[in-house]
Design a protein around this ligand. Structure first.
Ligand code: NAP
Length: 185
């Protein structure tokens, strides 16, 4: 059977390309908070059974002091400084291609959510492991901080699958990564 599990980055950035301010402040994301509008997030996470995030992103999520949002999903936190697991996540320091291969063939058809941050995304790009990106751009310039795409020697060709804009000014691009045998349509 053809495995349809995809590795998907779903993330929000400022217009100037940052995912957090220098001090990790992400309160500017709430500029686009709107009643009854989740920008497709609920539908997206409903199609995901595995989440992968960096240790810094995990610490940020914990700092919110709310219920961990991925209790229902298998969550791996990439870290070289932490080992083992807790009731929420498993720490992982091995080869990420091996991790993706093992998840791809062991779980069902639901997708793998790469939650970020930038360091993790850079490593996934370097190893050509990302299949799709959903990037929500928030209408603000924050000037400095954690850049979504760190400098890398890798190039990826993308096909735009969808572009949606919302009354709040958020613009969401959905891209597929094109590989050698893919035809752009
Ligand atoms: N705007 C958004 O939608 C969004 C989404 C996600 C995150 N963020 C923000 O982005 C910031 C964090 O991003 P970041 O790039 O600084 O950090 P990050 O990617 O979240 O985490 C970096 C850490 O992950 C571990 N790591 C990364 N690659 C690894 C690998 N291949 N093997 C083992 N461990 C690995 C290391 O942990 P150790 O140091 O433990 O070894 C590293 O210090 C936070 O402010 C967060 O709030 C924003």
């Amino acid at each position: 059977m053809l495995n349809t599990k995809k590795v998907i980055v779903y993330i929000a950035q400022s217009v100037d390309g940052f995912i957090a301010k220098k001090d990790d402040d992400i309160s500017w994301l709430s500029l686009v908070d709107a009643p009854d509008e989740d920008y497709g997030y609920g539908e997206f996470v409903g199609k995901v059974d595995t989440v992968i995030m960096g240790r810094r992103t995990y610490d940020k999520v914990l700092s919110f002091g709310v219920d961990f949002p991925h209790k229902e999903r298998k969550t791996y936190v990439l870290s070289n400084s932490r080992k083992g697991s807790n009731e929420l996540v498993e720490y992982y320091s091995g080869d990420i291609k091996e991790l993706i291969d093992s998840i791809r063939w062991s779980n069902g058809e639901k997708h793998i959510f790469i939650d970020g941050g930038a360091e993790v995304i850079k490593e996934f790009i370097r190893q050509d492991l990302i299949d799709e990106y959903v990037i929500s751009t928030i209408p603000t310039l924050i000037g400095d901080g954690v850049r979504l795409f760190k400098e890398t020697e890798s190039e990826s060709k993308l096909e735009l699958l969808e572009c949606k804009s919302f009354p709040s000014g958020l613009v969401q691009h959905h891209y597929r990564v094109l590989r050698e045998n893919d035809k752009q349509v």
